[in-house]
Design a protein around this ligand. Structure first.
Ligand SMILES: [Zn+2]
Length: 304
């Protein structure tokens, strides 16, 4: 599943080519894409509108339109966006290059641009979604689902401390919860915990101030590394140019079960946390114990 670095990579590629362009025609080929709205409602709301900005919130792409509404697209598991040049060919340096696969395969929505180019949304697994929302509805939508943007100045050590306080669930699950830190998924949660030296099963509320700082820094560094490498291409991820990222070659622990820890040489272990494969170094990543106060509230250490 594309996470923040993958979605941000796509956003950066789309922005220069899409801003100022008008959606001449919009065709929703699979009604699932527009659910719960109708395909026709999405088509008529986006057709004829110009794109004035391409933004991102968490793992959502936000195409701001000239009537004040936004077209929002979530790629989910396997969605992809491809930009095609007007003549369907690619010129050197042009972001709009045919994907190596066939973007017409699994095509769910086609946005024809006013210069004859196209933005295609394809998805083999039908989970990807698009919808139109006005500014207030969009703010409410994101506020109810997403927490702090980890690459923004709002993601402070204090913010990390506040959002993790009292949490009894494992740190891995804490990082995957989009209402805490937005945009982190399975890959970058593992990489961030390794960078922070924290065991994925440590309870969120067990962190001390030094751990809040280490985890905040670990999240930022892992995401930034992913961005620098154009995202991670496992499964189906391709960027808007149809290229693969290279973060998957640079994983420190994710998907490296049995390999040597890059820091200490110990074998990397895989466990399942909340149904998700989780990779960590048992020597470098410290398992924190619950805070005494919390144990007391649950009946004391003797009761376990
Ligand atoms: Zn290690």
């Amino acid at each position: 599943m594309p996470e923040l670095p993958e979605v941000e990579t796509i956003r950066r590629q789309l922005e220069p080519d899409l801003c100022g362009r008008r959606f001449e025609a919009v065709e929703v080929l699979d009604p699932y894409f527009a659910k719960p709205a109708s395909a026709g409602a999405l088509e008529s709301a986006a057709s004829g509108r110009s794109v004035i900005d391409v933004g991102r919130r968490g793992k959502y792409l936000v195409f701001e339109l000239d009537d004040g509404n936004s077209l929002v697209i979530h790629l989910r598991m396997t969605g992809s966006i491809t930009l095609l040049a007007p003549d369907g060919t690619a010129s050197p340096g042009d972001a709009r290059i045919h994907a190596p696969g066939d973007p017409e395969k699994h095509l769910k929505a086609r946005f024809t641009l006013d210069d004859g180019g196209e933005m295609l949304f394809a998805d083999p697994r039908r989970f990807g979604r698009g919808f139109i929302a006005g500014p207030e509805a969009l703010e409410a939508y994101f506020d109810s689902r997403l927490g702090v943007e980890p690459l923004s100045p709002d993601f402070t050590v204090e913010a990390m401390a506040a959002m993790s306080a009292g949490r009894t669930g494992p740190l891995k699950s804490f990082l995957l919860n989009q209402k805490g830190v937005a945009g982190v998924g399975n890959i970058y949660a593992d990489e961030a915990l390794f960078r922070a030296g924290l065991h994925p099963l440590s309870p969120g509320g067990s962190m001390k101030p030094e751990h809040h700082r280490a985890l905040r820094d670990g999240v930022v560094e892992a995401l930034q590394r992913g961005l620098d490498l154009g995202g991670a291409s496992i499964d189906d991820y391709r960027d808007a140019r149809g290229d693969t990222g290279s973060m998957q070659n640079e994983f420190l622990v994710h998907r490296r079960e049995g390999e040597a820890c890059p820091r200490c040489g110990e074998k990397i272990v895989r466990i399942v946390v909340g149904g998700r494969s989780t990779y960590f170094c048992p020597a470098c990543q410290k398992r924190l114990r619950r805070r005494p106060r919390r144990l007391a509230r649950q009946g004391g250490p003797g009761r376990s």
